[in-house]
Design a protein around this ligand. Structure first.
Ligand code: SF4
Length: 400
């Protein structure tokens, strides 16, 4: 890849914030402050968060108008632009692009969309890795001169927040993303191996530019089971760590409290110290609107449900939480409300109770005990289909 836009990894990074003008104008506004001339005649990959099938109002996926403004800005600068994603397991990139509106935006602009999972991956060593020493990266990633990470501003139940650095995990090939959730504790390191692994990944997969979509973010049980949070705000900066640090502050937390950002900053991959970052406009702190943290609300909200979790990945946890959030009000149409519904996820359960709901391939050994939903992880709609016996759900996108 190229050296990046001017300002990348400088000791005094700049971050620009725009609020109150809608996603398209906010994005044009912040990108107008950044020198995009290095992108002339270069290939630029826009990497939004389109990892799940959802609408942007949900706060789960990147707003298509942010992507539209990025395409228009880079084309104005003379770049060859494409949009790519490798979604969570069980979701196809083009279905996700379609659902969130990015496909429509790209079609109107004749901009190429890429399913990053199609080609065989490229394995890369991580010389400084503490949790992981190599990763499988989507091959298309290496065809581009500049990578632009365009995440949604979200809280995350396992990583604190998910912003431009964590969003690069969507450049890991297919199921290799899940492997980061299945690591053993690292001797001598207190941080969760997932957070160390994201910092490891950041040593070789960092964005050249971060555009953080705070049009509608997600607070609470992110990345997918929280509540939408409207901010009408977009940030951009050529140091993803600096952009993430400013976003953290706007979300009411600080990058120093986010393990993968802290670990990476300690290794000098980028700057998260706000005192070293030039932030514009000067009144940016008036945009601060604290996000609710990630509470453990499941047992409170669903007293008749017990989740038996043994060494599961956050992907399966997210699936269950999102499923309960969306369908928790109808689930007892299919199970007796007088009984406790036991949901089983994760690896290594020796025994499970009768009539349980086993979710994910790791629970396959107990499939005779109740209902078994295959997948790694399965998506919420697959769980609902299994429970209800429906083959298609209302409004579902059907591949022909
Ligand atoms: S089934 Fe769930 S817990 Fe098992 S490996 Fe897949 S995502 Fe992880």
């Amino acid at each position: 890849m190229d050296d990046g836009f001017s300002g990348f990894n400088s000791s005094n990074p700049s971050v620009f914030v725009s609020q109150g003008n809608g996603p398209y104008k906010n994005t044009l506004g912040v990108l107008s402050k950044i020198d995009l001339r290095p992108a002339k005649n270069k290939r630029v990959l826009l990497k939004p968060n389109a990892g799940r099938i959802d609408r942007p109002e949900s706060g789960i996926v990147t707003n298509p108008q942010v992507v539209a403004a990025a395409i228009d800005s880079f084309r104005e600068a003379g770049a060859d632009v494409a949009v790519g994603e490798s979604p969570i397991t069980g979701v196809k990139a083009f279905d996700a692009f379609e659902a969130c509106g990015i496909a429509e935006v790209c079609r109107k602009r004749n901009c190429r969309m890429i399913d990053l999972d199609i080609r065989p991956p490229v394995e890369r060593e991580i010389p400084e890795g503490k949790a992981i020493r190599k990763i499988k990266v989507c091959a298309d990633f290496f065809d581009f001169d500049f990578i632009v990470s365009i995440p949604v501003m979200k809280m995350h139940m396992h990583t604190g927040v998910t912003l431009s650095i964590k969003n690069m995990k969507g450049c890991l090939w297919r199921r290799s993303k899940v492997e980061l959730h299945m690591l053993d504790d690292i001797p001598g390191i207190d941080d969760k191996p997932l957070n160390v692994a994201i910092a490891d990944m950041a040593s070789i997969l960092h964005p050249d530019l971060a555009i953080i979509d705070g049009t509608v973010g997600m607070e609470g049980l992110g990345p997918s089971a929280g509540e939408p949070k409207k901010l009408d705000c977009v940030l951009a900066g050529t140091d993803g760590f600096a952009a993430d640090a400013v976003a953290c502050r706007i979300m009411g937390t600080s990058a120093e409290k986010i393990p993968h950002l802290r670990i990476a900053a300690e290794r000098n991959y980028g700057s998260i110290d706000l005192s070293t970052i030039t932030i514009s406009p000067g009144n940016w702190e008036t945009f601060i609107s604290p996000f609710a943290d990630t509470p453990d609300i499941v047992s409170v909200k669903y007293p008749n449900i017990e989740i038996h979790d043994r060494n599961s990945c956050s992907a399966c946890q997210s699936t269950v939480l999102l499923f309960l959030k969306r369908y928790g009000n109808i689930i007892f149409d299919y199970f007796s409300p007088n009984d406790v519904l036991n949901i089983v996820i994760g690896k290594g359960h020796e025994n499970v109770s009768e009539k349980c709901l086993c979710i994910g391939n790791c629970t396959r050994a107990h499939k005779e005990k109740g209902l078994f939903v295959p997948g790694c992880p399965p998506v919420g709609s697959a769980i609902l289909k299994k429970i209800t016996g429906m083959t298609h759900l209302p409004g579902e996108i059907i591949n022909t």
